[in-house]
Design a protein around this ligand. Sequence first.
Ligand SMILES: [Zn+2]
Length: 390
Amino acid sequence: MTIETTGSPAELLKDLIRCASVTPVEDGALDVLERFLTPLGFACTRLVFEGDGSYPVDNLFATRGSGGRHILFAGHTDVVPVGDEAAWTHGPFAADEADGMIWGRGAVDMKSGVAAFCAAVAQAVAYGTADKGTISLAITNDEEADAINGSVKLLDWAAQQGHRFDFAIVGEPSSYAVMGDSIKIGRRGSLSGIVTVRGKQGHSAYPDRANNPMPHLAALARHLATAELDEGTEHFQPSNLEITSIDTGNTATNVIPAAGRLSFNIRFNDLWTADSLRAWIDQQIQSAATEGISISWKQVAAVAQSFVSPLSDDVTAVCDAVETVTGRRPDLATFGGTSDARFIAPFCPVIECGLVGTTMHQVDERVPVAELEQLTEIYRQSLAAFFAKS
Ligand SMILES: [Zn+2]
């Protein structure tokens, strides 16, 4: 296994892809990083978190220096399953380089991000930039699945150790159509629930002897789907509720079902919290004035609050770096799903800056080597600007 310590991300990325680190199996990916970071002067701590109804997860916290400004790079080494392995042009864990690309599961989401910021850090160490302050890396092997024993506990642990970060960069794919067209400065929150309406089962020919829950459920679905939550905010699109299922489990056409269930998911902006949304839904349900109606919420771990990071010189410096390297001034975006950045937001301003996500989670996931190198240069320049401001 070859490991570059001079700042080339490609070999490090290949070493990472060769580890079949499908959540929660680590398969040596964190060992690869430890071997890369230790010679650079990083103190590496491996932390296995477990419990809370989820599988045990291996995590890595690496830190170098003390005093000065403190920057955190964060990411994950776990990947989603490969799907139909036979459909891959190159083996999903072979890390082949062909047609100017490196192929494999995690090539975009997000072993490239990890390889790029490690390579950028190696350059900062080589040129002395890193000695002006403190650099830490928080890497989990559980972002793609439960995310219960990963970043959320890793960040808590780091805070307990006395680490205080001034700024964090997550290496998730953040570009939309082309490299550098957007970085993410926040994320919408996500909340899911299930409304159940109970009636009374009966023969469809004798509706007076039954109580059909379905018309009530349909009326509620229509009400929830058309209600306007808000009109959006400066950095966020309007909050949105999607009905994801209406279901009775009833296979007979001559039976009035005893109960029906309606599932929904809300993606919400910074005008709401999970609590205020729960209260809003309760209100809607009460105003429906239907008997036998109840709601259950998805477990608390599945709730993701929204966040937006304050615009600062550090955010501007990242935008400057993106523009210098790609020729594009990035949009400050908040679209898309949730990410581990939400676990960092309570501790420090956090942005996500990374590749275009087109092939992530797909067969033939791959990254152009040129974009991997661009991303490394963006991180290197961001680091230099971060430590220039002391
Ligand atoms: Zn990811």
